[in-house]
Unconditional design. Sequence first.
Length: 278
Amino acid sequence: MAIRNVKTLAKFRGTLVLVGAGKMGGAMLDGWLARGLKPKQISVVEPQPGKAVRGLARRGVRLNPKVNAVAASAVVIAVKPQSAPETLQPLARYVEKSTLVLSIMAGRTIGFLEKSLPLGTAIVRAMPNTAAAIGRGVSVAVANAHISAYQRKQASDLLAAIGKVEWVSDEALMDAVTAVSGSGPAYVFLLAETMASAGIAAGLPPALATRLARETVAGAGELLHRSDVDAATLRQNVTSPGGTTAAALEVLMGPGGFERLLTQAIRAATRRSRDLAG
């Protein structure tokens, strides 16, 4: 069954406030509606709403309601991290004792959020990735000490609308999460881009090289997704001793090759995530 057809939010009670309806916020909004959340239960705070959000307003979604007119069961913050300071101050007026606050702002820590929200607010910080746009993302979440079992389940259901959900207990891991899965799609896109360039250098027509690289990366990703076999075994299964794949992997897995470069890249992204968090 497609992930977006599971009606896990049909029993959601109260109002869900989405702050920020850009690409990621919009993907979550689509997923929630597909999973059974009623339009009239959703309020969207977005100064520059796109055509899709304005269309949802005609279906019953409340667009930019007055702050005092909404008491939220859950608030999802999906704005850019640099917008956080001016966003959080008015946002606190949506939050009651039982409100769950779920933030997907990159780099903004739970401690940062706690300083701007009422004392004792249940907060979840999550890092999704860009595949959320097609319901195939993965989100990693961490909660503060005030979250209840019900609110944790509520956060999982909201995040599951855009893909799989994993939980960690140590917020310090979120920097490495950002480096691996948050930034990870860009590494895969670079792989496809580089494969196409290498194919052109080997003599393939550019359009064909691009199609071959794109479909190969997409197909291998889908095979990995559907298989219970680990990535190393899948790699070994397509590598005949002395064959063409083995010749290529000898270069990629040699000194200074793919593993070393990617390890360095993820280390750099992890450091940058820590820097951004302050």
